[in-house]
Design a protein around this ligand. Sequence first.
Ligand SMILES: [Zn+2]
Length: 174
Amino acid sequence: MQFDAELWRFRARERHNKLSKKSRWKANVRLHRDLSAIGGIERVVEWCNQHQVGLIFTKVQLAQYDRTTKIISVSGDAAYETQLFSLLHECGHHLHDKSLLKKKRIRNVIAEKKVEQDKRPTKLTDRVDVIAEEFEAWTRGRKLAERLGIYINDARCKADMSWCLIRYFKWSSY
Ligand SMILES: [Zn+2]
């Protein structure tokens, strides 16, 4: 599925109408957050187009960057703010790759990282590299948001980031 700002906004408003029946105040807070996130997604999508980075919104609850095809996939069903955070993080992977290529230091050990046991490197140092790269991609994603003038809620972004990183910690240590 391709990103369609109008469809995203339409869905956010539909949701707002439903939530309004329970709590108008909560629904309004949510709508404000959703519309702000959708505006942010729009800017990142534009950035991806300018930088030849492909983008797919899927129904799968998984975000990833495929470094061989340069395609980012993000869950289109996730909360709008989560979509924005994941999208920025995956762009962070792209930017990190680009800087490694510039320095000609790209590692081919971890061609595609997935939080799956069969893809887990045997060497502890390689696993640590994966985790370091995850941190790096989050930092680069935040910097990109800053450059593009996108508002990011620190606490909620940190919560999403922590959730993702903890999965990598567990993956690397069991
Ligand atoms: Zn990542």
